[in-house]
Design a protein around this ligand. Structure first.
Ligand SMILES: O=C(O)[C@H](O)[C@@H](O)[C@H](O)[C@H](O)COP(=O)(O)O
Length: 266
């Protein structure tokens, strides 16, 4: 467990949030490119792709620091629904529609690691998770000694029950220690079949950001940040496991009445 605390940022509206999220993601990108000339990132579904697109498709100030170098990005999915890639429930389709298809050609194209669609049709969610883990191994485990992949950045959402990725409260998956990617066959949020990064993979990332906006998130954020009973919620477990590597990007309605100290800028 980390001894440091997560960073909780709160902004007046989603435009202000997107601006700061852009700075944050590009700082992570620039540090990663300086380190290993590639930027390995995982993204969630839900409301995140829209906010991310607002952040990244905004006009650059023209400096290299403020420019997404998409050709050096490897984008993975923090979780994905076991559906074909053109299904309305696919996180890949959502990201494609909101962001990937709108990236101007001069910014280059990212390498996107989608699930193996053929294994969606077999209905074998374990095999789907295993194949995605193999994809991660090809990208991260050049050496056999690599125990866990270390993403440069993982971008997450937080559900009204405190779930993140497809890690749901009280689920045995939260105790997974070895697998990098695991199947979920009975998700309380539809569709039921999914694959997800496991908690050790999430907390091993260099940077982890949650985006949670709107008054509908108020109660669950209070439970995560202010109440001891919320400690076992999946999103709280990310906070406890990764400490100040975690940054929450929220708007004011989502954190109304929360005692945990918050900041208004990076
Ligand atoms: O594919 C999914 O279902 C998501 O990855 C899931 O973990 C999502 O991030 C949360 O449910 C928050 O969703 P919202 O941002 O829409 O509240």
């Amino acid at each position: 467990m980390a001894t440091s605390q997560p960073n909780l940022y709160s902004f007046p509206n989603t435009e202000a949030l997107a601006k700061q999220l852009r700075s944050y993601v590009l700082r992570c990108q620039n540090a990663a490119l300086a380190r290993h000339d590639t930027f390995r990132i995982a993204v969630s579904g839900g409301s995140l792709p829209v906010v991310l697109a607002n952040a990244l498709l905004a006009a650059s100030n023209g400096t290299p620091e403020d420019t997404p170098q998409f050709s050096k990005w490897h984008i993975f999915f923090a979780d994905e629904r076991a559906v074909p890639l053109d299904d309305k429930d696919s996180n890949y389709l959502l990201l494609k529609n909101e962001l990937l298809s709108k990236i101007p050609a001069e910014l280059g194209a990212p390498t996107v690691h989608a699930i193996d669609e053929q294994h969606v049709y077999t209905g074998d969610t374990q095999a789907l998770a295993d194949l995605y883990q193999e994809d991660l191994m090809r990208s991260f485990a050049a050496r056999e000694s690599v125990k866990l992949p270390v993403f440069d950045l993982i971008l997450l959402g937080c559900g009204p029950d405190g779930h993140t990725c497809s890690l749901f409260p009280g689920h045995a998956l939260l105790r997974e220690k070895d697998a990098w990617v695991a199947p979920e066959t009975n998700s309380p949020k539809p569709p039921p079949k999914r694959i997800t990064l496991t908690l050790p993979v999430v907390t091993s990332a260099l940077h982890i950001a949650f985006v949670a906006t709107g008054g509908g998130k108020k109660e669950i954020l209070k439970a995560i940040f202010d109440n001891d009973e919320g400690r076992s919620l999946p999103s709280a477990l990310v906070n406890h496991g990764a400490g100040d590597k975690v940054s929450w990007f929220t708007d004011h309605p989502a954190v109304e009445g929360i005692a945990f100290p918050r900041r208004g800028s990076l």
